[in-house]
Design a protein around this ligand. Sequence first.
Ligand code: DSN
Length: 480
Amino acid sequence: MTDLSATTSSAYQQALEVIASVEPRIAEATRQELADQRSSLKLIASENYASPAVLLTMGTWFSDKYAEGTVGHRFYAGCQNVDTVESLAAEHARELFGAEYAYVQPHSGIDANLTAYWAILAHRVEGPWLGEAGVKNMNELTDADWEKLRHELGNQRLLGMSLDSGGHLTHGFRPNISGKMFHQQQYGTDPATGLLDYDALREKAREFKPLILVAGYSAYPRRVNFAKMREIADEVGATLMVDMAHFAGLVAGKVFTGDEDPVPHAHVVTSTSHKSLRGPRGGFILATEEYAPSVDRGCPMVLGGPLSHVMAAKAVAFAEARKPEFQAYAQDVADNAKSLAEGFKKRGAKLVTDGTDNHIVLLDVTSFGLTGRQAESALLDAGVVTNRNSVPADPNGAWYTSGIRFGTPALTTRGFGHDEFDKTAELVVDVLQNTTPGTTKAGAPSKATYTLADGVAERTRSASAEMLAAHPLYPGLDLS
Ligand code: DSN
């Protein structure tokens, strides 16, 4: 990471003083968060470290402005500067991803998916239905017509990847709204290899005939062939929506190209901006011209007023990602994931799909006799921050789980390379080998309690501290 100037350091110190003058505990928690992030091995696959330019852009008066609507068509006066910000963010997104249209208002990935679902329903169901009913807009519908339209909209089918295969809960998982607003079915991975089974997916799509086929994942450690996904969608008349929230950085950084780049193949692509893409916390949508008018209705159809300060920060992050350095970073993220996976394998650990070719490594911790919950807690005790995650057909369910998901985007931003990720694998395996599952008060095996052998947390922290000191987070930023 580039060394920050003394001026930036002093700007942050002054900002914290202003905050402390109102609520010192928030200033203190902010300082502590930086200290914690600096001193731990952050391996959560969906996290990263945004640049100071991105972070600073979020702390401005754009936060105070309402701007419901779209560029040039706002429900509020005085949005000329928000128009500049939103236009620039959308332009950078289109250029970065080679997309026909970009919508940068979604506040999060879930908002982006919900907006995309309603945009697809509006385009595929409501539009034609209004046409057949011979009316131009909903205000002309009688109560009886409106009832029929509601029935049509609520009677559509969605096919997405199951949560335990690596899909996301917004891809039709029953407890999520996406699993309730659609008739849903889920596709999975081959039980023998853990890899996406395109033939089984094609078969399921032929039988189920979804309106929307969702591709994308949050815990699948492999690349997806989006050309094949589009072929399947076309065969059954589905709209292909790709959720690239996790791997947007690898698309932006041209690690995923051709059939692995979702943008030329999908009708609609949704994403977050803060994971491998390293921007501010938020969402965005890319679409073909055909779907653009309905996506453009996101606010107020689904979303509240756009977060103008975050759209500004998205513009800064997209501009950063258009630089050649970002392509080198994205390649390092993928190379480092391979180093981490190899590090685990050579020490006898079991990986879902036996490896990785993206930024995720999914470790099956049952071979250590642990649940994901026990492993996650023991690793945290040793300063290794991860999250527990289901593995395919997980015997421990979605709460305790049997896996730990690792990701390389954050530590790659700090400058970790092959040797550091190999050492990280060694440290993780050492912690897990020295963790013993506990028992309940009644003496039964517990899925939550555990004992970490004496001295292991200390030796892990001290080995990590050396690597972290060699690759400082926000070097030059002194809050003392
Ligand atoms: N929470 C994100 C993740 O960790 O993958 C997805 O919503």
